[in-house]
Ligand binder design. Structure first.
Ligand SMILES: [Ca+2]
Ligand SMILES: [Ca+2]
Length: 196
């Protein structure tokens, strides 16, 4: 019997059918549970079970609709997005200061580091969009003087912390700000998966 494992989110507590669902661990909040379920049992009484890869980290508070994972393998921006997509996720879409702070606290824990995020203006210069094609509006956290499209070829966004050198560029005193960079640079990256 093939088993799937993941987080099960429902709005009403107490709807587990113990014949079908094996509760392993109560997770995070009353309404979110890590379960194992038979593959054929992906819906029950009209509820659809939503499986998240186990090693994604659920966001808390206003971010509870998302799970995140930072990959330490380095990829171009496009390959990063492709890897996220294969997991049912996308490069992280940062929509609030709270989300930006969360990413810094959770993943940028070393004194310096950087990750691709889901921003690019590859389609149209200076029209920044997330990988779900939504325009960058409202919250932004660009570093000073950026995006600057340096040398006319910086079309992908990354989030950075600390001071470091990268490909001859010097980054100084970052604390979660964004920069635009050449998309074929290989960086670590953060995927975000949205709950349905
Ligand atoms: Ca987000
Ligand atoms: Ca730049």
């Amino acid at each position: 019997m093939e088993l799937l494992q993941g987080f099960f989110q429902q709005t009403l507590y107490g709807y587990f059918n113990p014949q079908k669902l094996i509760l392993i661990e109560k997770y995070n909040s009353l309404y979110k549970h890590l379960i194992t379920v038979r593959k054929n049992d992906i819906s029950w009484r009209g509820y659809q079970f939503h499986f998240l890869p186990l090693d994604f980290i659920p966001g808390g508070g206003s971010l509870s609709g998302s799970c995140y994972k930072a990959f330490t393998s380095k990829e171009t921006w496009s390959n990063s997005e492709a890897k996220c997509r294969r997991l049912g996720a996308q490069l992280v879409k940062i929509e609030s200061a709270e989300e930006n702070d969360y990413l810094v606290k959770t993943f940028l824990t070393a004194s310096a580091g950087t990750y691709w995020i889901g921003l690019s203006d590859q389609v149209k210069e200076d029209e920044w969009i997330w990988t779900d094609r939504s325009l960058l509006v409202n919250y932004t956290n660009w570093a000073n003087d950026n995006p600057n499209n340096l040398h006319g070829k910086q079309h992908c966004g990354h989030i950075a912390k600390g001071s470091f050198h990268l490909l001859g560029y010097e980054f100084t005193g970052f604390n979660g700000e964004w920069n635009d960079l050449e998309c074929d640079v290989q960086l670590e990256f953060i995927c975000e998966q949205f709950s349905p």
